[in-house]
Design a protein around this ligand. Structure first.
Ligand code: PLP
Length: 432
């Protein structure tokens, strides 16, 4: 049933002045030293409200890969979003939480045949493609699919360049459309992804103009396209380009190239935008060593320049902090929880595995830490939990659910049905 939340997801309604920090305190007591996340679902709700206000013509299909925490998926479903699923597992998750197949786009241009078969068996019809082999597979396993041609667009201003891997060039689009027609397949629209963490709003304008070009080409080949999918690429923290600026450029470009009268339905696949700021990661310092710098002037033993502090924490690049490798431009800034110490030392922070690649930060100035101290990292919701491995058999990296209070779920349930009169409690919060 869309609009309801599974009951075992540890959601607590924060009332009577209780804050997220208070929840972190109680989780620290409860969990001894295991790392954990706390999510403030208010952030997800606020992101949704901002999206609907800023981009009224664009329906978000949340990219499940970004953070597949069931509570987040359930909540966004209750708020009425659709979902971008990239695999059988993600489709299964969404369906198990009550998402209906028509609210799912299978947005992976290179799919295993058995995942396509599964999508067909569940009535998930909308899916992307960018090459001829994919068309052949789809014609064998899901001939009734509604196809969306993923095109490659300029990604030069984005931190992760997805078009290295996906997207048909504009020059190959015509041939692909002709091949789809020969195979009797339906192509209903165009999608693109400007790349993760796009830093230039005008990239969207160029990509929307490219999409118009493909729509016109498709028309001349006899296709009647009706869907434009403008992908993801938005920050969740306004850190590179303010979301308002993106929205303005996107709205203007849609009005220019796909005016409302065109009847084209517009969707997007934001991931990071919805969840990045909602999650805080808490990690524990499990070990420490002091490395003396071998300089000639090493008299100053107290104030720190002669030494580098090295800390080992119980999460790292093979756990939920792979963004250190994937997005080195995005600064991670761990800070001490509830402790004030003044003197700062140049420090290195290592993850817990035996691999020297597992380095979270270096040249980081932070007050001296003790084994057992807790560090917090904000804005930890995107591509963290969903990427964890258990390398070195580190079960901490699995972030299994811990139990919190049972909530009154009615405010979230109501979101879908009475969006104009949302009751927003002080804060929704849960820990995993
Ligand atoms: N859609 C597709 C096809 C993707 O590959 C991705 C990210 O890799 C997303 C959407 C989500 O992108 P973002 O988190 O940058 O919004």
């Amino acid at each position: 049933m869309p609009g309801s939340l599974p009951v075992n997801q540890n959601i607590e309604i924060l009332e009577n002045g209780k804050t997220v920090r208070d929840v972190i305190d109680s989780k620290i007591k409860e969990l001894d030293s295991a790392p954990f996340f706390v999510a403030n679902l208010d952030c997800v709700l606020k992101a949704h409200l901002r999206w609907t206000k800023n981009l009224p013509r664009v329906k978000p299909f949340y990219a499940v890969k970004c953070n597949d925490t069931p509570t987040v998926v359930s909540m966004l479903s209750a708020l009425g979003t659709g979902f971008d699923c990239a695999s059988k597992g993600e489709i299964q998750l969404a369906l198990s939480l009550g998402v209906t197949p028509d609210k799912i786009i299978y947005a992976n241009p290179t799919k295993p045949s058995y995942h396509i078969k599964y999508a067909a068996s569940q009535g998930v019809d909308t899916m992307t493609f960018d090459n001829e082999e994919e068309l052949l597979k789809i014609s064998s396993f899901h001939a009734q699919a509604k196809l969306v041609l993923r095109i490659a667009v300029d990604h030069s201003k984005s931190l992760k360049k997805l078009n290295l891997k996906f997207g048909a060039t504009l020059s190959s689009a015509g041939k692909l459309l002709e091949r789809a027609a020969q195979l009797g397949l339906q192509v209903i629209g165009v999608s693109f992804h400007v790349g993760c963490l796009c830093t230039d709003s005008l990239t969207f304008k160029r990509a929307i103009a490219d999409s118009r070009h493909v729509f016109d080409m498709a028309k001349s080949l006899g296709f009647k396209m009706s869907l434009l999918d403008i992908g993801g690429g938005f920050s969740g923290t306004d850190c590179f380009v303010n979301f308002d600026e993106f929205s303005e450029v996107i709205n203007e470009s849609l009005d220019e190239f796909f005016p409302s009268e065109s009847g084209v339905r517009i969707i997007a696949e934001p991931g990071r935008y919805f969840v990045e700021s909602a999650f805080t990661l808490a990690v524990n310092v499990i070990a420490k060593r002091t490395v003396m710098n071998e300089t000639e002037d090493s008299d100053n033993t107290e104030s720190g320049p002669d030494r580098t502090m090295e800390y080992y924490i119980n999460d790292g690049v093979f756990g939920s902090l792979s963004s250190v490798l994937n997005f080195p431009e995005v600064k991670i800034e761990p800070y001490l929880h509830r402790v004030k110490r003044d003197l700062k030392y140049k420090s290195v922070i290592w993850g817990p595995t035996c691999d020297s690649l597992d380095k979270v930060l270096e040249n980081y100035w932070i007050p001296e830490l003790r084994v057992g101290d807790w560090l917090l990292m904000d804005n930890a919701g995107a591509y963290t939990l969903s990427i964890c491995s258990d390398f070195n058999n580190l079960k901490e990296h699995s972030f299994t659910f811990q139990h919190l209070c049972m909530p009154d779920l009615s405010p979230i349930k109501h979101c879908q049905f009475v969006p104009s009169s949302l009751h927003v409690p002080n804060s929704f919060c849960f820990a995993i």
